[in-house]
Ligand binder design. Structure first.
Ligand code: PHE
Length: 355
């Protein structure tokens, strides 16, 4: 019997000292494995007398169970310790300072914010409208009569429609927001409407989805001088330098007279310098709101006048920040975003500079 007590003490000490699960398993094999010490002691039972068996049988079984219980308890202890160690080493200290922000603002987002800052300084607010429009807001109310050829110039994406229903369109410009605003607000109106627009077109300078910023001013006594003043101030603020502009007559169904505004620029190798030089580049369309558009929105053209303008955000971002291909804007290549992206913590503002 003293053998049993000694064996138990020996293994209890070994188990208590086991440092990891592998050592613990070696102890289990040495004691309880097929050829283990306790198993061998149990094999000895066969040669014993019945009386001896009666005493030694339960004693050896007790030894086996005690050792197994000690091993099980130690195993749980070691597993808990391993989990605690893993948790401790994988802890993240949320209060540590950030090295550099891992995300950047997309140039389109940056440029839209720059535009909003400039126009809000002039008293404009930001308006929005849906990407999926109906024919009335995208065309008819903007003085594109049904069947008018100017509709074809917009490479429109039409949605499939129910029998007998007129198909909805992905808006081809932000001008429908003019209509929504004039119908829902009383003049004076001064808004810009930034957002996504869609045309079925794709090459180095066209993508099927692109961004525009629309501008609209409606009040009494508004004339072309106001339009020119606002846009001249805008481009100089946007390009952060004096920019020479020219207005060329143009046609849009929703404005009369209509114009395109060009900025002076010159090429310097691959770079384009805006503001100086002998060449002109078109950057936006504009004009005085057509009386038919005012009427379609319930305004009396004898009482109210206004001007509108629209420009491509992506193209202006390319010009200002020197990106060669419009399609890269939407390719979601993180290297491109890391290179051309903006620090999200630095908000565009007129006091410290826009960019
Ligand atoms: N909606 C026109 C376009 O997408 C731009 C524009 C807006 C022109 C407002 C004049 C006035 O081409």
């Amino acid at each position: 019997m003293s053998d049993i007590a000694a064996t138990k003490d020996k293994y209890a000490a070994q188990i208590a000292g086991a440092e990891d699960l592998r050592v613990l398993d070696d102890i289990r094999v040495a004691a309880l494995g097929k050829k283990g010490e306790v198993s061998k002691m149990m094999q000895g039972l066969g040669k014993m007398s019945i009386d001896e068996k009666k005493v030694m049988g339960p004693a050896l079984n007790g030894l086996k169970n005690d050792i197994a219980a000690l091993i099980e308890a130690k195993k749980t202890e070691l597993e808990d310790a391993a989990l605690d160690a893993a948790l401790a080493s994988e802890t993240m200290d949320m209060t540590l300072p950030v090295g550099s922000p891992s995300g950047t603002l997309h140039p389109v987002q940056q440029v839209m914010e720059e535009m909003a800052v400039i126009f809000s300084d002039m008293g404009f607010s930001v308006a929005e409208g849906p990407d999926i429009e109906d024919d009335f807001h995208n065309f008819t109310a903007l003085n594109f009569p049904p069947g008018h050829p100017a509709r074809d110039m917009h490479d429109t994406f039409f949605m499939t429609s129910q029998e007998g229903e007129e198909p909805k369109v992905l808006r081809t410009h932000t001008s429908p927001v003019q209509i929504r605003t004039m119908i829902n607000q009383k003049p004076p109106i001064r808004i810009i409407a930034p957002g996504r627009t869609y045309r079925c077109d794709s090459d180095q300078t066209h993508t099927p989805m692109f961004h525009q910023v629309e501008g609209l001013v409606i009040d009494k006594g508004i004339h072309m001088g106001h339009l020119k003043g606002v846009l001249m101030d805008f481009v100089s603020a946007f390009f952060e330098t004096d920019v020479d502009v020219q207005f060329r007559p143009h046609h849009f169904p929703f404005t009369e007279p209509s114009a395109e505004m060009d900025v002076r620029y010159e090429r310097d190798g691959a770079a384009i310098k805006i503001g100086q030089g002998e060449s002109w580049m078109e950057i936006l369309g504009c004009g005085m709101v057509h009386p038919n558009v005012l009427r379609a929105c319930g305004l009396d053209p004898e009482e109210y006048q206004g001007f509108a303008f629209g420009m491509g955000v992506d193209r202006l971002a390319m010009l200002k920040y020197g990106m060669p291909d419009l399609r890269d804007m939407f390719a979601a290549d993180t290297r491109w975003l890391a290179h051309y992206g903006f620090d999200p913590l630095l908000q565009a503002n007129l006091a410290s500079g826009l960019s």
